[in-house]
Design a protein around this ligand. Sequence first.
Ligand SMILES: [Zn+2]
Length: 61
Amino acid sequence: MDKELRCVDVMPESGCREVIRGKDENEVMSKAAEHARTAHDIRHMTPEIENKVREAIHDER
Ligand SMILES: [Zn+2]
């Protein structure tokens, strides 16, 4: 099953509607890092952000 991440689950205050999908957690993580950089000007994923992202990744529904 594919994995899915809603940006707003990681950054509720952003109101971002982006939904990132990938075949596994690592693919979602790398796409999330790309999205964070281009859409939110987050240059580096801190361990804190990375943990929040991993917690927010779930099976696609
Ligand atoms: Zn976003």
